[in-house]
Structures are given as C-alpha cells and as structure tokens.
Design a protein around this ligand. Sequence first.
Ligand code: NAD
Length: 276
Amino acid sequence: MSNTPTITLSDGNSIPQVGLGVWRTPDNIAAPTVRTALAAGYRHIDTAAIYENEEGVGEGIRTSGVDRKDIYLTTKLWNDNQGFDSTLKAFDESLKRLGTDYVDLYLIHWPAPKRHLYVDTWKAFVRLKTEGRARSIGVSNFYPEHIEMIVAETGEAPVINQIELHPDFQQKAARAFQEKQRIVTESWSPLGQGMLLDNPVIGRIARKHGRTPAQTIIRWHIDNGLVVIPKSVTPSRIAENFKVFDFKLDAEDLAAIDTLDSQDHRIGPDPMTADF
Ligand code: NAD
C-alpha cells in the first residue's frame, strides 16, 4: 500500500503529492525505473511526449504488478503539436505509446506564446476532459496572463500549473496567484537538478532532522502544499526520495530556507521568451 498524501484538485480528483519525474530517461531505463518506484510505494509518474519514453513508462506500469487504476499518470503535449486538431491527434498517440486508455493528468507543456495556439490547444484539452480520456487537465510553465487568457476564452481553469520551483527559486508570486484561483502548484526540477544538494543551509537542516539533503528539500515542497516530482534512476535514491512522510520542517527551518529564494536562480528557460 502506498502512503503518499494526496491533494484534492478543483475538479474533485486527487493527486499524490510526491511523484517520480522521468525526464532524460530513455525507454529502456524508464521501464525498470518505473517498476522500482512503484515497488518503493510511488503511485504517481510524470512523463511527457517530448521525453520520448512514454513506451517505457507504459511498459513499467504494465509489468509492475500495480493496477493501472491505482497509478496517477501525467503526460504533456509538446509545443509542435499545439492547435485543436493536432492536440487531439497527439493525445491519441501518447495514449497508444503509454498503452493505456486514459491519463490522470494532461498538461500543455509550455505556453509557447509566439505560436498563438495555446487557447485552441486548451479547447481540445477541454474536449478530452469531457470525454473522460484525460481525467484532469492542466498547464505547465504558464504565466498568470496565459492562465487568465484560457479561462476567459473557455470558462475552464486548469487544475494544476507545473512550473520550475526549488528552494532558491520559490515562485512566490505565481503561487499566490494560483492559490487564489484554486490551481495547485506542482514543482519541476524540485531539487534544482541536484545543484541544491550541497547547499549549506539545506545541509544544516538535514543534519538536524537526521535526513539527507534530498529528503529535506522534498519535505520543504510537501510542507508548502506543493506537488513534487523528483527525478532519479538510481534505486537507492528513488527509495530515499520517498521516505519523507514521517518528519516535518519547523518554522525555523522554513524561515532559513526562505532566505535562499532569488529571482536569479531560474535554471530552465523563461516561458515568456522560450523559443521552441
Ligand atoms: P530534479 O530537481 O528532480 O533533480 C534530479 C537530479 O537530482 C537527478 O538527476 C540526480 O542527479 C539528483 N538526485 C535525485 N535524487 C537524489 C538523491 N536522493 N541524492 C542525490 N542526488 C539526487 O530535476 P529534474 O529531472 O529536472 O526535475 C524533475 C522532474 O520534473 C523531471 O524528471 C520532469 O518529470 C519534470 N520537469 C518538467 C519540466 C516542465 O517543463 N514541465 C521541466 C523540467 C523537469
């Protein structure tokens, strides 16, 4: 049995708060990695069409011995496939590669504002939600203005925005906006792609709790009400990253981590100007 806490989304569905991210994990590694994570208790996998590992993820799920209905599966629409008809086609292709007839969460991967297609794309997402083949629909890397635009055009709000977020890039303005709109924030690159693991503030808090830096950072995301999808392909780290439900950071820890926040610590591209 999995002991992941869940968060209830505005559409009534629930998402396990900790999942496994599988970016940069080819098919042949993704399958055993997903099996390892499911055996360790994970019930949430985060992939994307552009990761080119949906087949491996699907295989990992099917051969894990865990029922599909007990697994929360997210995939994402790649930018090249934005547009109404092309979204519907790309979604069918993702399902086929995953070997499943629904996903729990489908995300628009990037707003790609220069393409001017994210509204039409969202209209297709609303259709997929109505059909029940995407149980929940959301976005990734959207700024408030992109979210406001799709809500104005369709009346349907995303349940989640998955954005870059780690202790030294805390996205407080985006989180405040999303909280007001009842949109859950999901943190990508939650460990700062591993670069934050040597941070002395994190190290001190980790020692205080008898935990590793990775566990301390993952716990920080949980204690902030965020959904968090750390990536690892190493079985011991996959297990370590999931042993985070039996301790809590205190006010002093949270205040210390607050001081790490900086607008300058974005790792990935700025979604407003990203040219892909
Ligand atoms: P991450 O912050 O999860 O860091 C992963 C790296 O940290 C690993 O490669 C490993 O080097 C290290 N690591 C992990 N656990 C460790 C441990 N216990 N001890 C020591 N080192 C450890 O980075 P990420 O992969 O960029 O982000 C996580 C997931 O977020 C991705 O796999 C993907 O699913 C998602 N993501 C989404 C977007 C988006 O645009 N929506 C962009 C990037 C990532």
